[in-house]
Design a protein around this ligand. Structure first.
Ligand code: NAD
Ligand code: UD1
Length: 352
């Protein structure tokens, strides 16, 4: 029996593939490399020593997906594939609705057809919009602020409707807080296209000398030092959360939503300071205007995942910074090395 991983070449997917292989799972990975590189596949194998089938495929290609279900004995699916850049989603909303919603529909229709009804889905803390209070529990008010966030909310609703229609489905919806860090080997990590939008990859590119200085978006928030506070979670802890969710969907039916966070918040200046300490690099920064749409404070209540999944995050802020720095210094240009994809089913990769 195999686990299908959609978007398995991406940042969180690649770390999850490693942990699944380490735990002895058989995996089948699908990705169209729209936001990742073929090199990551080789590195997953290198770290884990495991082998797996990889399909260079667009999830929107239903007939190809059906072939994947016919060719493999798939038991459950972890669904990471999708577009994730908040700013970009405002400019090309149709592309976001098309890719994120339609690919999920295609996936669920195919799963239904082949009687595979166990699913773990990547949602986001972005569905909480402006939080009413912190820590944020799963039953907090929902209200996404941009098209990307709305795709996540809509998919959550679609999955709930699906479960109402057929209670054999077993679904875990995981709302991630702010994933950072990298595998301790330094072989896989976050490889953003162009100038990073998110804080940690920006800091690490300043540290390596690719960017001159960090813009800190506002220092007048009602926080200890005036800068924004977030719940940063190590990507390996996050990956392990998927193994716990997979066990849950394998051993029970029902649909549930879980926060995956640490429950602790760090400010922008605290993260800079932690990164400087572990890397020995100075991070020059200047305070600029707040980024429109940003919230002051956002951190999780992770109790439900602890109670129901038996999962807690273990890695602290220093390990998150150390592992990010190891990845960045070993791979100053990310996955620049590439290799030919050996697949008879090459599809054109869309480039924005
Ligand atoms: P990522 O972009 O690194 O990974 C997504 C992968 O999906 C990429 O490898 C991409 O090539 C692939 N993909 C996209 N569309 C596809 C399609 N139509 N067919 C096949 N493959 C496709 O993103 P990530 O950071 O690993 O995030 C994984 C999931 O978690 C996403 O759904 C994202 O929205 C969600 N999420 C991420 C964060 C974060 O901060 N990284 C936070 C909350 C939620
Ligand atoms: C962003 C996304 C959110 C997504 C989350 C995790 C936006 C508006 N929101 O949120 O949907 O779920 O990432 O992937 O993009 N900061 C700086 N300078 C920078 C970058 C960030 O000061 O160059 C600050 C921000 O103001 C914030 C903190 O750092 O206070 C974290 O920012 P970021 O990494 O972008 O994450 P989120 O804002 O939580």
């Amino acid at each position: 029996m195999a686990i299908l991983i959609t978007g398995g070449a991406g940042y969180i997917g690649s770390h999850t593939c490693v942990e699944l292989l380490n735990a002895g799972y058989e995996i089948v990975v699908l990705d169209n490399f729209i936001n990742s590189k073929p090199e990551v596949i080789k590195r997953i194998t290198e770290i884990s020593g495991g082998t797996f089938k990889f399909y260079y495929n667009d999830l929107l290609d239903k007939s190809r997906l059906e072939e994947i279900f016919l060719e493999n004995n798939i038991e459950a699916v972890i669904h990471f594939a999708g577009l994730k850049a908040v700013g970009e989603s405002v400019y090309i909303p149709l592309q976001y609705y098309h890719t994120n919603i339609l690919s999920t529909l295609v996936l669920c229709e195919t799963m239904k057809k082949y009687n595979v009804k166990k699913l773990v889905f990547s949602s986001s803390a972005t569905v909480y919009g402006v939080p009413e209070r912190c820590p944020i529990s799963e039953n907090s008010h929902l209200g996404a602020l941009n098209p990307y966030g709305r795709t996540k909310l809509m998919i959550e609703e679609i999955l709930k409707d699906l479960h109402v229609s057929d209670t054999d489905w077993s679904i875990s919806i995981l709302r991630y807080f702010n994933p950072i860090g990298a595998h301790e080997s330094g072989l896989i990590g976050e490889d953003p296209h162009g100038v990073p939008n998110n804080l940690m990859p920006y800091i690490s590119q300043v540290a390596i000398g690719k960017l001159k200085e960090l813009n800190v978006f506002g220092n007048e928030y009602p926080t200890t030092d005036g800068t924004g506070v977030r719940d940063y979670i190590h990507v390996v802890d996050l990956a392990l959360g998927h193994l716990s969710a997979l066990e849950k969907v394998t051993n029970s039916t029902g649909i549930d939503v879980y926060n995956l966070g640490t429950g602790k918040g760090y400010s922008v200046l605290e993260l800079i300071s932690a990164f400087e300490t572990v890397s020995g690099k100075k991070i020059p920064y200047k305070i600029v205007d707040p980024r429109p749409g940003d919230v002051a404070v956002c951190y999780s209540d992770p109790e439900k995942a602890k109670e129901s999944l038996g999962w807690i995050s273990k890695k602290g802020i220093n390990e998150m910074c150390e592992d990010t720095w190891r990845w960045q210094s070993k791979n100053p240009n990310g996955y620049e090395k590439s290799f030919e994809v050996e697949s008879p089913h090459l599809l054109p990769v869309r480039v924005f």
